[in-house]
Ligand binder design. Structure first.
Ligand SMILES: [Zn+2]
Ligand SMILES: [Zn+2]
Length: 155
């Protein structure tokens, strides 16, 4: 049980790193054609960017299925990936972008910092020069603002 919990928590933590790298180098790289919808004015309930979320769900599902087929710890890796997806949707879609009919507010310091940091991610238009690619961890805001100022100069 403790081992499974450790696998779950390690996966959840590692997913922030995976998410950061994917956002920075894939979604703002060759995968920009899908992510782009998220950096443009929002129209409907869904955006092409949601393909990434669907891919995440498929990966989680596949890992759990493999786990059940005999590679036991993979179930917990899958659960960690799924948990990251759920937390991401609540924080990013619900609290930051407020895509839902009811609008939860960022109440504590941690959520406020994530909220501000992600708004900074959306501060510059286009694929390049963005800052703050993380989802559930945000560096100090003054550092992000400094990066943003430097990148604006190069735009
Ligand atoms: Zn982005
Ligand atoms: Zn966003």
């Amino acid at each position: 049980m403790i081992f499974n919990l450790a696998v779950f928590l390690c996966t959840l933590t590692a997913m922030e790193g995976v998410g950061y790298l994917a956002h920075r180098y894939i979604m703002h790289g060759w995968g920009w054609f899908l992510h782009r919808s998220h950096h443009e004015p929002h129209l409907g309930a869904l955006e092409t960017n949601d393909v990434y979320l669907a891919a995440l769900a498929l990966i989680a599902f596949a890992l759990v299925a493999l786990g059940r087929a005999g590679h036991a710890p993979l179930q917990w890796v899958g659960a960690g990936v799924a948990a990251f997806g759920v937390i991401y949707v609540i924080v990013h879609d619900g609290i930051v972008h407020r895509h839902w009919p009811f609008k939860p507010r960022p109440r504590n310091r941690y959520l406020k910092r994530l909220y501000q940091a992600h708004l900074l991610h959306h501060a510059l238009k286009g694929r390049d020069n963005s800052v703050s690619f993380g989802f559930l961890y945000a560096p100090p805001l003054h550092r992000l603002k400094r990066q943003l100022r430097e990148r604006r100069k190069h735009q």
